[in-house]
Ligand binder design. Structure first.
Ligand code: GLU
Length: 348
């Protein structure tokens, strides 16, 4: 009799464990996915007006596959994203994943700066558990709103065992992109997110997750950055180059105490001649200058048409300017050694 009771208890425990759902935290920051407009066909709307509870309630199917917990981190359009929210978000994600409270995290976010937040988290979260960012191009009240299916897909990616150690991912429009590679390429289309240098790493079709590639650069648990004790980030500016440019913005940024400049130059990172000289003067004053390109794909190579060795410039590898800015900010929290910073650009 005692033996039989033990067998039944063991079977019950096994069944419970087999059906134990993963716990996924949905951290909401705002954006169009939480936006509401003045009608199903209206192009006017306000970001971040719908709360996390309402976002979750709109997709009841996610409760069948995971224990869902929601938290509101901020309620902003992502064009308002700032260092304070980044640090708050990163510290919360770290806490949830390393304490074991969460098996994965989904972050709802506006699409404008999603790639920057994704790369920031990719560099500072110390866990190999899934971290998925998701948004929408159509607000929640719009005809064919894309948010609900994107959120359903994001939770499915967050619970997939195949998502472990993929770094931070962006899930939109049935595609899975790696944080380092992904960028917004279209102002209004639902197919806006692309990874121009590497392609998407996977797909998710009505919750069916498939990976085809994995990111190789250092990320999350293997990244060299730690923001545990950091409360602010250094100023780094981006300068966008064009024909007949002038050095005014470079000079003002340097005069106003910027610590780093990402030069989004023409072609293979070429600034206009007067800007080139102004940036060189900035280096002499201690500003770290990283040459990047406004082109949108491809590598910015060291000592191409610009004599980087002479000016003391670094090169961004193939990061776009907004991501190079994130990496340089974090690099400057660690070191001013230019060789070390260049190394970080070649490994992260
Ligand atoms: N500007 C808004 C944001 O980034 C709208 C873009 C979006 O979420 O799709 O939050």
């Amino acid at each position: 009799m005692k033996f039989m009771l033990k067998v039944v208890a063991f079977m019950l425990l096994g069944t419970t464990l087999a059906f134990a759902k993963p716990t996924i935290y949905i951290l909401a920051t705002g954006g169009t996915i939480a936006g509401s407009g003045s009608g199903e066909l209206s192009t006017a709307y306000t970001s971040g007006t719908v709360t996390v509870d309402k976002l979750i309630a709109a997709v009841p199917q996610i409760n069948e596959i995971a224990t869902i917990k929601g938290e509101q981190i901020s309620q902003i359009g992502s064009q308002e994203m700032n260092n304070e929210v980044w640090l708050k978000l990163a510290k919360r994600v770290n806490e949830l994943l390393t304490s074991g409270k969460a098996d994965g995290v989904v972050i709802t976010h506006g699409t404008d700066t999603m790639e920057e937040t994704a790369y920031f988290l990719n560099l500072v979260v110390k866990s190999d558990k899934p971290i998925v960012m998701v948004g929408a191009m159509r607000n929640s009240g719009s005809l064919s709103a894309d948010g609900p299916l994107n959120l359903f897909n994001a939770v499915n990616v967050a619970i997939s065992k195949d998502s472990v150690n993929k770094g931070v991912m962006v899930v939109m429009n049935d595609e899975i992109h790696a944080a380092r590679e992904v960028t917004k390429t279209n102002t209004t289309g639902v197919e806006t997110f692309k990874s121009p240098n590497a392609g998407k790493i996977g797909t998710v079709f009505y919750g069916n997750v498939k990976f085809y590639m994995a990111p190789l650069r250092k990320h999350t648990a293997s990244s060299e950055f730690d923001i545990t004790k950091i409360t602010e980030l250094p100023r780094v500016d981006i300068l966008y180059s064009h024909a007949n440019d002038n050095a005014d913005f470079a000079n003002i940024a340097i005069k106003n105490g910027t610590k780093g400049i990402i030069s989004a130059g023409m072609g293979n990172g070429n600034p206009f001649p007067t800007v080139l000289e102004a940036l060189g003067e900035g280096v002499k004053k201690g500003v770290v200058v990283v040459r990047d390109s406004r082109v949108g794909s491809g590598e910015t190579t060291l000592n191409g048409e610009v004599d980087d060795a002479k000016y003391g410039f670094l090169a961004s590898d193939n990061l776009n300017a907004q991501k190079a800015r994130v990496l340089l900010m974090l690099a400057l929290t660690k070191t001013m050694d230019k060789a070390k910073i260049q190394e970080l650009f070649l490994t992260h």
